[in-house]
Structures are given as structure tokens and as C-alpha cells.
Ligand binder design. Structure first.
Ligand SMILES: Cc1cc2nc3c(=O)[nH]c(=O)nc-3n(C[C@H](O)[C@H](O)[C@H](O)COP(=O)(O)O)c2cc1C
Length: 364
């Protein structure tokens, strides 16, 4: 019944054995100080290496790219060494892993920024939202960010480029640019957060300029076949909106398609966080249709709906988030038609120790 998910899939230079991917999942358990992966994270990814491809938790490309406590980076040698241990254990188990590259833009707080500075963004528009600056201490309001000057943008492109080089040094099979969920790339694409009147704002072409400069830098470092992108065209997460998301994201998808990237992952999350409304579905379909290449779908899938979606040719694969947090052996469970799944424990999603992280049981 779930056969459609258990056909091989070629992504870039890799032959994946099936189509059940692990979605990127922030867990805020990097070693402190230093934001480097360590033993606990190695064990977590080891347990989940039967995913056909793991997309790591979002990983900041620079100290300024950080927006929550204890998330990992990929700019220091210590971080690269930590990630190398993760990729080695995943590869030893026959798995594949891409690093999700992240700059949070305005979704941050001075307490997380170098020298206590304000977070940066395309425009100085405050998102209505909160972040956590210390584990276990609740959430704090996000302040109004500082708008980036145009001449600062090439430096941020270079931060992404260094992250791509570091990903290679750390043994990753590729990278995924985090263009979803209201972070820096998404902030440039959508006009709710980008109200610039220079060459990086206004028209769709201008709003895509910085995101595509980043994509091109990653491609220069790794080749298009090792670069993936994630978008969430209609998600309202992190106070995002756009007056015409279908047009900007279809144009972006067409540009990515022309560049022959490894795959595009589309988050099927609606404005209110739930599944798509009929109107949102039409927008997302337009984006899917604009992309000619491997499509990965994400959001609110279970085994049956994922298999049906792939069988219908709507996507080539599905990535699972919450189900993979709670079920490290998710592919085996789906393949065997196991109905009993562990329930994810949201209280233990962000920060903490092994509980709710590496102690979810497997069936064997
Ligand atoms: C705890 C948690 C952390 C997440 N962290 C990330 C992240 O780092 N990067 C990202 O692109 N999406 C992140 N997401 C979104 C998930 O990748 C996914 O889009 C969402 O959970 C919907 O998929 P699901 O229904 O299979 O869980 C996160 C979601 C959760 C629940």
C-alpha cells in the first residue's frame, strides 16, 4: 500500500533507497559554549540514519545568523569537527545527510547577537513574535531589526559560501538553503518583510536578487546537484505574508529549476499553521508546477497520505518532521505498515538533555 514510498530515488549524484526523508528540525541541544554538535547530537542522528536523506536542523552560517538558544553553527572549526562526527556515523549506517544552512535575519534578539547588536533584516519591520534566549527561561519579544545596507549583502553571501565549504569539509552530501519559515531568505522574498526601494526590493526580480545570489554561491562551491532549497510559500509562521505569494514563489521555483538544483522542498503549511486551504493549495500547486526537478513535499503527512501524494505524481518524496522526532525507525515502521507510532513530546522539542531526544523507542 505504501509501495510508492519504497521506490529508489535519484537525487543529484545519489541513489536513495526510498522516499521517506527526515525534515529539518531545530532541537537546541548543541554543546555550550560554541554551538558545536557533540555526543548527544551524534547519537540522535545515528538513530535516524535510516531516513533516505536527513536534512539537519537549521544551522547558522554566522554568529549573526543565530536566533534561538543552543542551535548549532557551521562557521567555526569546532563546529565542523562536531558535524564530521555526525556525517561519519550516518554514512557508516548507509545514510545520506544534507546540512540546512540558516540565517535567521530579524527572528533573533540582541542577547543572541555579537556585541548585543540588533538583529538584521531586509527592512526594519518588527515581526510580531518571540524567541527563546536561554533554555528553560520562556520566550522574549523580538525587537525591531536594523535594515541591512546593500553593501552588507555580499558579506552575507560569503558567510553562506564559507558554510558550504565547511559542509564539504564536514563530510555532508550536500546543503539545503533554508528559504522557508520567515528567516532571512524568506524575508527578502516576501513583501510583508521586504519593503526596500533599492535593487533588492520592490519587483519580484529584485526581491529574488539576494536569495539567488546565495543559491549561486552555494552552486559555485558544491555544484547544483548538491544544493537543495526549502520554501514555505503560504506559511504565516514568524509573522510572514505576501500580497501575491504565487507569483514570487513560482518565479523563484522557475529560477531554481533553470539552475538544476538537487531538489526543491515545499512546506505545505497554511497561513495559520494548519493544512492548506483550497486557495493556498492553488498557490502551492502553482509553485510545484513551476519547478522542473525533484520535488519533496512536507507538512501534515502521515504514511498513507504521503504514499498517495507520491503515487499521484504530486511529489517525488515526502519529508517527515514530528513523526521522525518520535520515531527514529520511521521508514521501517511505514514499510511494515506499523500503525502504532510514538507520540512526539512538544515540551522536549527545544533544549534539554537526552529525554525526548534520544530515548524514543524503536520497534526492534
Ligand atoms: C521542533 C521543530 C523544529 C523545527 N525546526 C525546523 C528547522 O530547523 N528548519 C526548518 O526548515 N523547519 C523546521 N521545522 C518545520 C518542520 O521541518 C516541518 O516543516 C513541520 O514540522 C511540518 O512537518 P510535519 O507535519 O511532518 O511535522 C521544525 C518543526 C518542529 C516541530
Amino acid at each position: 500500500m505504501n509501495d510508492a514510498l519504497f521506490q529508489p530515488l535519484r537525487i543529484g549524484p545519489y541513489d536513495l533507497p526510498h522516499r521517506v526523508l527526515m525534515a529539518p528540525l531545530t532541537r537546541s541541544r548543541a554543546q555550550q559554549p560554541g554551538d558545536a554538535p557533540w555526543d548527544l547530537n551524534v547519537e540522535y542522528y545515528r538513530q535516524r540514519s535510516s531516513a533516505s536523506l536527513i536534512l539537519t536542523e537549521a544551522t547558522q552560517v554566522s554568529p549573526r545568523g543565530k536566533g534561538y538558544a543552543n542551535t548549532p553553527g557551521i562557521y567555526s572549526d569546532e563546529q565542523v569537527a562536531g558535524w564530521k562526527r555526525v556525517t561519519e556515523v550516518v554514512h557508516a549506517n548507509g545514510g545520506r545527510i544534507f546540512a540546512q544552512l540558516w540565517h535567521v535575519g530579524r527572528i533573533s534578539h540582541p542577547a543572541l547577537q555579537p556585541d548585543g547588536e540588533l538583529p538584521v533584516a531586509p527592512s526594519s519591520i518588527r515581526p510580531n513574535g518571540q524567541t527563546y534566549i536561554e533554555i528553560g527561561k520562556g520566550r522574549v519579544d523580538i525587537p525591531t531589526p536594523r535594515a541591512l545596507a546593500a553593501d552588507e549583502l555580499p558579506g552575507i553571501v560569503e558567510d553562506y559560501r564559507r558554510a558550504a565549504r565547511n559542509a564539504l569539509r564536514a563530510g555532508f552530501d550536500g546543503v539545503q538553503l533554508h528559504g522557508a519559515n520567515g528567516y532571512l531568505i524568506d524575508q527578502f522574498l516576501r513583501n510583508g518583510s521586504n519593503q526596500r526601494n533599492d535593487e533588492y526590493g520592490g519587483s519580484v526580480e529584485n526581491r529574488m536578487r539576494f536569495p539567488l545570489a546565495v543559491v549561486d554561491a552555494l552552486i559555485e562551491e558544491l555544484g547544483p546537484e548538491r544544493v537543495a532549497v526549502r520554501v514555505s510559500p503560504v506559511s504565516g509562521y514568524n509573522d510572514m505574508q505576501d500580497s501575491d505569494p504565487g507569483t514570487v514563489f513560482a518565479a523563484f521555483a522557475a529560477e531554481l529549476s533553470r539552475r538544476r538544483i538537487a531538489f526543491l522542498e515545499i512546506v505545505r503549511m497554511g497561513a495559520a499553521g494548519g493544512p492548506l486551504s483550497a486557495e493556498e493549495e492553488a498557490v502551492v500547486q502553482r509553485v510545484e508546477e513551476a519547478f522542473d526537478g525533484v520535488l519533496v513535499a512536507n507538512g501534515h503527512f502521515d504514511a498513507d497520505s504521503a504514499a498517495a501524494f507520491v503515487a499521484a505524481g504530486r511529489a517525488d518524496a515526502v519529508s517527515f518532521g514530528r513523526m521522525f522526532i518520535a520515531n527514529p525507525d520511521l521508514p521501517e515502521r511505514i514499510r511494515n505498515g506499523v500503525r502504532e507510532l510514538n507520540e512526539p513530546q512538544p515540551k522536549q522539542f527545544y533544549g534539554g538533555g537526552p529525554e525526548g531526544y534520544v530515548d524514543y523507542p524503536t520497534i526492534h
